[in-house]
Design a binder for this molecule. Structure first.
Ligand SMILES: *Cc1c(COP(=O)(O)O)cnc(C)c1O
Length: 456
């Protein structure tokens, strides 16, 4: 029998999250207060996040219990399946075995509800009535709307204007779950008004929308803020993905030589790879690869430096690979990979060479996505196509070298709301874009005056 799917029963959903901070050879540098330059304390973050999440943000405890109320909602779609991509292997004629973990079976169609549900739960428990957040392509806004709906919390979503206009169905999805959605920059916040005064036609960016949502939360007693990637607690919540995948690889009787995930802010990549990196830190040989777009090459070409998480400069300073908080990426179709920074935990692991990074052009990524869809059936999210490109390249390398190799990648979501991007690809309207060096110089200008991680 040639088994395709490796599934786990509900009883095998992990009961604890894995916190890699307990095992990193070098801890990440602390986030700094932009005013004082000192490490931020719980009190600095309390206006934005519930205390339970602040504690997770700084925790170095290896295993953290998942509350039963969160598990009960995760059961709606977890455990997610692990597939052996036999038809893709055949199409490639590779001796490599290719496995993929699929997170598109969640109601929102991506991995993001793994953290939105946990975040909404802790907010609810601490009496929060309303959550403000931003969304770029719409996936995080959808995931948070879903979770707020389950816990009876009001959701306010600042959606990057260009996506708001180009992806009306994402907005309707959020509204179906009861959220209110407005295009960013908006007139409702100081930050939005400032951007609009400079450029009334601004199409917005993730950094601007973050500024608006943070301001909204900071200025209202009943409201907190939620972030869908980058922060430690977000990456922590995603580790259910890798913990399940480890059990499923065991069912398959295999262990990966190479693991790949696409990288926007780093959360799906972290979710799959951190539980395997535990093994690597303890001596196992695994090649762990973050796949990013050449249009937003945070890890392959960015600076490792302290930088703001948002555009206006309201968040704490994070030690991360960054293209600068003023960076507005070109309108590539993988909207979820357009963030200027990379998660500090992922950045530190990159510094320590426990992981490496590769960048891909969007056209070669769509080539890979369409090949995948025709072999395996599932239409991937444009973000996920970067991991597929990376995995296919590894499989082709194995073919060239005549080597057996086991490849595992994360298919972070489906592309059912992204068909206009596929349409542009089939119509040959997608451009290859490589960030010009001047843009990197501009990035450096924006951050060079901020504290250096070497000094922290
Ligand atoms: C948001 C998103 C990403 C990028 O975010 P990460 O935090 O890097 O995971 C990737 N894939 C999908 C499907 C997404 O929705």
């Amino acid at each position: 029998m040639s088994q395709i799917k490796y599934t786990l029963p509900e009883s095998e959903i992990p009961k604890q999250w894995y916190n890699i901070a307990a095992d990193m050879p070098n801890p990440m540098k602390p986030p700094l207060h932009p005013g004082t330059g000192q490490p931020v304390g719980p009190d600095d973050l309390a206006p934005l996040f519930p205390m339970a999440l602040i504690e997770q943000e700084v925790s170095t405890q290896r295993w953290i219990d998942i509350p039963e109320e969160v598990l009960q909602i995760l059961r709606l779609w977890r455990p997610t399946p692990l597939f052996r991509a036999r038809r893709l292997e055949e199409a490639l004629g590779t001796p490599a075995k290719i496995y993929y973990k699929y997170e598109g079976t969640s109601p929102a169609g991506s991995h993001k509800p793994n953290t939105s549900v946990a975040q909404a739960y802790y907010n609810k428990k601490e009496g929060v009535k309303r959550i403000a957040t931003e969304t770029g392509a719409g996936q995080w806004g959808s995931a948070l709307s879903l979770a707020c709906n389950f816990f009876g919390i009001e959701a306010k979503v600042y959606m990057v204007r260009i996506s708001y206009e180009q992806k009306p169905y994402r907005r309707v999805l959020m509204e179906t779950w009861g959220a209110s959605v407005i295009p960013s920059p908006s007139n409702e916040t100081e930050a939005g008004r400032k951007i609009l005064a400079e450029d009334p036609n601004s199409t917005g960016s993730l950094g601007i929308a973050i500024s608006e949502a943070v301001e909204d939360a900071a200025s209202r007693e009943d409201t907190k803020y939620a972030l869908g990637s980058v922060l430690n607690h977000v990456l922590l919540h995603q580790t259910v993905v890798g913990l399940e995948a480890k059990k499923q690889m065991e069912l398959a009787g295999d262990y990966p030589d190479v693991i790949l995930g696409c990288c926007g802010g780093g959360s799906n990549f972290a979710g799959l790879t951190f539980p395997f990196l535990y093994d690597k830190i303890h001596g196992r040989e695994i090649d762990v690869v973050g796949c990013e777009p050449t249009a937003c090459p945070t890890m392959t070409r960015g600076h490792f430096h302290y930088d703001f998480g948002d555009t206006v400069g309201m968040t704490p300073l994070l030690p991360m690979h960054t293209l600068g908080h003023t960076f507005v990426p070109p309108g590539i179709h993988a909207g979820g990979l357009r963030y200027h920074g990379m998660a500090p935990l992922v950045s530190q692991l990159l510094n320590d060479e426990l992981i490496r990074a590769e960048a891909f052009h969007q056209v070669e990524c769509f080539d890979a996505a369409v090949m995948f869809a025709r072999a395996e059936g599932i239409v991937p999210a444009p973000e996920s196509s970067h991991a597929i490109r990376g995995a296919i390249n590894e499989a082709l390398k194995a073919k060239e070298e005549g080597k057996e190799k086991t490849i595992l990648f994360l298919l972070s979501g489906h592309g059912h709301f992204d068909m206009s991007a596929y349409d542009a690809y089939f119509g040959k309207k997608l451009e290859e874009y490589e960030l010009p060096p001047e843009e990197l110089d501009k990035a450096w200008e924006a951050i060079k005056g901020l504290p250096s991680p070497q000094a922290a």
